[in-house]
Each structure stands twice: as structure tokens, then as C-alpha cells.
Design a protein around this ligand. Structure first.
Ligand SMILES: *Cc1c(COP(=O)(O)O)cnc(C)c1O
Length: 393
């Protein structure tokens, strides 16, 4: 990734530059960014979208939209990109970490154990395109009156049951950075059906909206926000990328199917990680679960010898044990803005705090799918993969 960028994106960027308007609000809100938002809302069947400058910005706008702040706790998984935790701190709240299970997503049982009087929201993260157990999570949210902000940064276009990921909870966020399913380099979006969350997010992302001509139509009081605006260049790229989303997902899912079919035909030392909705999975990675780290490592070394790009899922930055600012409880640039200092919370976490997550992640290996790979290249991959397994086990 991103192999899906091409001439269409180049043309779209050229048009923006030739027109000369790079700021989305320069002509009121008659902008490419607002066109993208309309198309994104339509695609995901949701009322409101707000394009922003990054996935992290989208998380912050989502939490600000929900009015989450000092004194609040937000439950997040121990396996996610650190931005999920950082955004909670950015609005002044405390990220409370919960275990994942073998689906590599939030373990609903552990969510329940982490709920306190201060809990306001849950952020389920659909890691690597894998849908969380949204049925269980929404039940818990309903029972304890918690808000749900879905982190769909890695799963754009994925679904759960009949609904798109990001539309099941109260709001959803996306990232369009270089590594995500569709990309504009850096970018993000917030989606929601709740008008007030959308309105507050607009204020949050646009410096309090003092320049926004249509601001009065928002009908809410301005407050001090930041600048998380998206550029028209990014939105122009995103519009093209969105039009390719279906075909990108089709390619990824087809590759995954072929790899799975090949692996199912060999006697293997691993099992596949369970998926809460196989059809809704974006198809980005095939996850193999071993019974021990040793066994996983032996397999990993064999794959490496045969030039197969397999990887351990506990990659840098994506596991709680790597989150130094959280482990060390340095929650802001200034102690008086640091939620860890302000709330006399007893959250004490160390590298060993989430044994279930650590144990799972150290013995799960991923094999990524790719878009734009030829049939022949894929054939070579599956042949080498399966022959290596047949010879070794
Ligand atoms: C990428 C990512 C983010 C943050 O997105 P940025 O665009 O890099 O700010 C948040 N959550 C998850 C799960 C991600 O993978």
C-alpha cells in the first residue's frame, strides 16, 4: 500500500491547483472537501461526515463532540495504535485499557471489568480490518449507558452484520494516512448520525469557527477549538480513492480467500484467528495463531528463509507495552494539563498488566494481502507458503 494511487489522483490534484483554492472554506462551504463528506456519508449510509487532517484529529473531534473531558474514563483495547490512547488524553480524559481476545479485538468480558462510575465511553478498534464483537459491545454500552466511538482507522469499508463499521456505535472515525485502506497521505474523518456531535466536532476542528460564514447556522455556542482542517488537495485525492474503495476491498478479500483456501488444505501447526463477521472483514491480513511463541517463531523463520513476508502482530507502537507516555503516565506537555496528574486515579499499568493480550500477540503471525498483485505472483506466494508448511510439518 498504497498501490491504488494513480493518474486519476494526479488529475484531481492538478485541477485543485489550477483552480487555486486550497482552503475548503474560502468559498463558504462549496468545496471539494464538502463533496467528499457528502459522498462518504452516502457510501456509509450515515447522516454526517466531517473530513479532518488525520485519524488522531478525528478521534479528538469525536471525543470533543461527545463532550468527554476531565474526570471521564474511556475504555480502549490493549492492542491498537497509540493514537487511540493519546486522543483520550488530549481531551483531558483517562484511557482505561482492556484486554483483547483471540479475535485480536476488545474482549467484552474485560470491558465489563473495567467499567467504573467515571466511565463515559468505549472505543472499539477494528484492527487490521477485523470487525469487533459489536453485538456484545453495544449491549454493554446500553446497559451501562456508555457512548461508543468506533475506531475504523484500519477498516474503512468493512462491515458488521448489515451495517458499515463506524455506523454501529454513536460515531466512527477513519484515518487516511499512507498505510490505510484508502489514503491521501494524511487525513481522517468522523461520521455520526447525531447532529450535536457533528456540530461540536466542526467547532473543535476549525479554530472555534470564527471565520466560518455559516457558523451561526450551526446553532451552538462557539468554544476554543484547534485547527484540524483538511486541505482541498487531500480531499480531491480522497474523492478518487473513495470511488476505488469497493474494488480495493474486492481485491483484498479475493486474495485472502485464495490464501485461506490454500492453507486450509495443508496440515498446519496453527489455527486461524476467529473473526466476528467473516464477510465484513476487509481482507487485509490472514492471521495465524500458534500455541507457543517458539512454535510461531519456528514458522516465522521458515517463512523468512523462503522470502514470505510474514510478521508478528505485536509490531512497534501497536501494543500497550510500547506506549511509553502511558506507561510512564506523562499525559501532556504540562503537568497541569496532564489527566494522569489531575484525576487522582489509581490506574497503574506496567508492561505486564495485560497478560492475555501479551500472550495472544506474541504467538500470532500475519500474512498481508496486497492490491495490484498479479495472479501469477499470488500463485508463487501460495505455492511457497503451502509447500513450506507441507515440508515442515
Ligand atoms: C492510524 C491509526 C490511527 C490514527 O490515525 P492517524 O491518521 O495516523 O492520526 C488511530 N487508530 C488506529 C487504530 C490507527 O491504525
Amino acid at each position: 500500500m498504497p498501490y491504488s494511487l494513480g493518474e486519476d489522483e494526479v488529475d484531481a490534484v492538478r485541477q485543485v491547483i489550477e483552480k487555486g483554492y486550497l482552503d475548503r472554506y474560502i468559498n463558504g462551504d462549496d468545496s471539494i472537501s464538502s463533496q467528499f463528506e457528502k459522498e462518504f456519508s452516502k457510501k456509509l449510509k450515515v447522516k454526517y461526515s466531517l473530513a479532518v487532517s488525520s485519524g488522531t484529529a478525528a478521534l479528538i473531534c469525536g471525543l470533543a463532540g461527545m463532550c468527554i473531558g476531565p474526570g471521564d474514563e474511556v475504555i480502549i483495547p490493549a492492542f491498537t495504535y497509540i493514537a487511540t490512547a493519546l486522543s483520550v488524553l488530549a481531551v483531558g480524559a483517562i484511557p482505561v485499557i482492556a484486554e483483547i481476545d483471540t479475535s485480536l479485538t476488545l474482549n467484552p468480558e474485560d470491558i465489563k471489568r473495567k467499567i467504573t462510575k467515571k466511565t463515559k465511553a468505549i472505543i472499539p478498534v477494528h484492527m487490521h480490518g477485523l470487525p469487533c464483537n459489536m453485538t456484545a459491545i453495544m449491549q454493554i454500552a446500553k446497559r451501562y449507558k456508555l457512548l461508543v466511538l468506533e475506531d475504523v482507522a484500519q477498516a474503512c469499508g468493512g462491515s458488521y452484520g448489515s451495517r458499515h463499521l463506524g455506523t454501529i456505535g454513536d460515531a466512527g472515525i477513519f484515518s487516511f494516512n499512507h498505510y490505510k485502506i484508502i489514503t491521501c497521505g494524511e487525513g481522517g474523518a468522523l461520521i455520526t448520525d447525531k447532529k450535536i456531535f457533528h456540530q461540536r466536532a466542526i467547532v473543535q476542528h476549525h479554530g472555534g469557527c470564527i471565520f466560518e460564514p455559516g457558523f451561526t447556522r450551526l446553532g451552538i455556542k462557539a468554544f476554543a477549538g484547534w485547527n484540524f482542517r483538511i486541505s482541498e488537495i487531500s480531499s480531491a485525492i480522497l474523492r478518487v480513492q473513495l470511488s476505488k474503495l469497493d474494488s480495493i476491498l474486492r481485491d483484498l478479500r479475493k486474495e485472502k480467500r485464495i490464501i485461506l483456501d490454500c492453507l486450509s488444505n495443508v496440515v498446519s501447526p496453527f489455527t486461524f484467528c476467529p473473526i466476528h463477521d467473516e464477510e465484513g472483514d476487509c481482507g487485509r491480513v490472514v492471521f495465524l495463531q500458534f500455541t507457543s511463541r517458539n512454535q510461531a517463531n519456528t514458522f516465522f523463520q521458515k517463512m523468512k528463509l523462503n522470502n514470505i513476508n510474514a510478521w508478528f502482530v505485536n509490531t512497534k507502537g501497536h501494543v500497550y507495552s510500547d506506549w511509553e507516555p502511558i506507561l510512564k503516565k506523562r499525559g501532556a506537555h504540562h503537568t497541569q494539563r496532564d489527566p494522569f496528574q489531575l484525576s487522582k486515579n489509581s490506574l497503574n499499568i506496567s508492561k505486564n498488566s495485560f497478560p492475555q493480550t501479551s500472550s495472544i500477540l506474541q504467538r500470532v503471525i500475519g500474512i498481508s494481502t496486497q492490491i495490484g498483485r498479479s495472479r501469477k505472483e499470488l500463485r508463487v506466494l501460495t505455492d511457497v507458503l503451502c509447500n513450506t508448511i507441507k515440508e515442515s510439518y
